[in-house]
Design a binder for this molecule. Structure first.
Ligand code: FE2
Length: 202
């Protein structure tokens, strides 16, 4: 069974992300990466035996032919899946347990937010900023270029903000910092914390 896009559990993220951007991002960009990934895999008679994350960690199980294209589109698929999953149209409190966890690594939630936004502002060209678990299950904020996948480098991502211009340019133009500040209002930290629990219980 081919890899499918996640289903959004919201119709609109206005006023933080305008509807046109959300529509193009989900229905054009994310769809395109998913379709290309499936197309390249089918050309190799891939049997969809592994999860996409397993494939990202073990890309050398595929023949060399088109491996770069598969990795690139697998990144477009996985990174966007996490980005859209992280977002919510519901006003939510940050879970206390997540705040305690964040305090342990970043002193306070506000410091975490500031460090995340600063890191995203420093990203050159296109890419994503991630909150990840490293090999010792410690939390870290990292940037990845283009469609590079944290799993490929041994990290487990639990939160991301897409910093490609297609994520924000229609509404925010070149004001990346405004987009980053606003999007923090619609990140569902229940989901982020859940991913942390899943990652640390494996
Ligand atoms: Fe994107």
């Amino acid at each position: 069974m081919e890899y499918k896009r996640i289903t959004l559990d919201y119709n609109s993220l206005e006023p933080y992300i305008d509807n046109k951007t959300l529509d193009l991002h989900y229905n054009a960009h994310y769809k395109n990466y998913t379709e290309k990934l499936n197309k390249y895999l089918k050309e190799q008679n891939y049997n969809y035996k592994y999860t996409p994350t397993y494939l990202a960690k073990n890309i050398d199980i595929l023949p060399k032919e088109n491996r770069d294209e598969i990795l690139y589109n697998l990144g477009g698929y996985l990174n966007h899946s996490l980005y859209f999953y992280n977002l919510t149209d519901k006003k939510k409190e940050i879970p206390i347990k997540f705040k305690e966890l964040i305090n342990k690594y970043f002193t306070s939630f506000n410091n975490f937010k500031e460090e995340f936004i600063n890191t995203a502002n420093e990203l050159k060209g296109s890419g994503y900023t991630f909150l990840v678990l490293d090999k010792n299950n410690n939390l870290r904020i990292i940037n990845m270029s283009n469609q590079d996948i944290p799993y490929y480098y041994g990290f487990i991502p639990i939160m991301t903000i897409d910093v490609w211009e297609h994520s924000y340019y229609l509404k925010y133009n070149n004001k990346r910092n405004d987009y980053l500040t606003q999007i923090f209002n619609i990140i569902d930290f229940d989901k982020v914390y859940n991913l942390y629990i899943i990652a640390t219980s494996q």
